[in-house]
Design a protein around this ligand. Structure first.
Ligand SMILES: C[S@@+](CC[C@H](N)C(=O)[O-])C[C@H]1O[C@@H](n2cnc3c(N)ncnc32)[C@H](O)[C@@H]1O
Length: 296
């Protein structure tokens, strides 16, 4: 079960009022949205966006008794402007973007997010990718060695990125890399033995890098931020939770630029991190960082 991260902090910092219109750009099963609905009440509207139809279906069930009006849209949050226009809304009071993927997508998605299982190497947040959608399988079997090494280093921070990319290219000449376990065995052959005894699994960083690339997660974030600011009402707030230093840097720099352009104020001088108790109860929250911006 996915546990919403920094729930109290998000709710407290969005300054929600009865009747507000709120966008949850990463609805998943509605963990944050359930609380948001309580606060905006019967006269409030929640627009929930997610790429994952399965997650939206679960959210519909979980939000069945929620107080507020709910509109669910299967889309990429990078299309935020089009989504709200489509449902006839021009401006909103608050926007939440809780980046990445949920524990449920990892545990029962069957999409190859977890190196602990043997699944097809997809890694798409969409649960029904088409032929045109990039998959991790395509990256490892057809990209140049240098490009593979660059993403593993850039998005995974993996020290052995070059060794791993070289082993991937060597292995795929013999047999294509089709499943998560195929990839895990390739990585295992590329890294030194001491690396396999570390607390963090030796495949973690490569898997993270592939997931970020497959879903163009940094591109989508860069695209949604200006659209979110544009969509906000006066005094409206944008909250972004990131789990990766690159994402957090993108948000930090964007908020700073907006402040310098007198668009509004940064509410979180430093990002809000989870308390020790939250990390203990939900280890997944350990790298979460919440930043909030208020439009003038
Ligand atoms: C961390 S989960 C959100 C969890 C939710 N806030 C909760 O606590 O219940 C992130 C969700 O965002 C979705 N997602 C990630 N990137 C997206 C994008 N660019 N557009 C739409 N949905 C996206 C994922 O499919 C996933 O369901």
């Amino acid at each position: 079960m996915h546990i919403p991260v920094l729930l109290k902090e998000v709710i407290d910092s969005l300054s929600l009022q009865e009747g507000d219109v709120v966008v949850d750009g990463t609805l998943n099963r509605g963990g944050h949205s359930k609380e948001i609905c309580e606060l905006i009440g019967k006269s409030g509207t929640l627009i929930g966006i997610d790429l994952d139809q399965g997650a939206l279906d679960e959210a519909k069930k979980n939000l069945k008794n929620a107080k507020c009006k709910i509109i669910l849209e299967k889309d990429n949050f990078r299309n935020l402007d089009k989504v709200i226009a489509k449902v006839g809304i021009e401006k909103v009071n608050a926007i939440l973007i809780d980046l990445g993927f949920s524990s449920d997508q990892m545990d029962d998605g069957g999409r190859g997010f977890s190196f602990g299982r043997d699944e097809k190497l997809l890694m798409t947040l969409k649960d029904n990718p088409t032929e045109d959608d990039l998959t991790a399988r395509e990256i490892v079997n057809s990209w140049d060695e240098e490009n593979i090494a660059d993403i593993i280093y850039g998005y995974g921070g993996e020290t052995f990125s070059r060794h791993i990319a070289s082993k991937i290219v060597e292995s795929r000449k013999e047999k294509s890399i089709e499943t998560t376990q195929d990839l895990v065995s390739v990585i295992e052959k590329a890294v030194p033995s001491w690396y396999k005894h570390k607390k963090i699994h030796f495949a973690t960083k490569t898997f993270q890098a592939l997931r970020i690339t497959v879903n163009d997660e940094i591109g989508a974030l860069k695209e949604v931020l200006p659209k979110a600011i544009e969509a906000l009402e006066e005094n409206g707030r944008l909250a972004v939770i990131s789990f990766h230093s690159i994402e957090d840097r993108v948000v930090k720099i964007f908020f700073k630029e907006q402040k310098e352009a007198s668009v509004g104020e940064i509410i979180t001088k430093k990002p809000i991190a989870p308390q020790r108790e939250e990390v203990k109860a939900n280890p997944r929250s350990r790298s979460a960082k919440l930043r909030i911006f208020e439009k003038k």
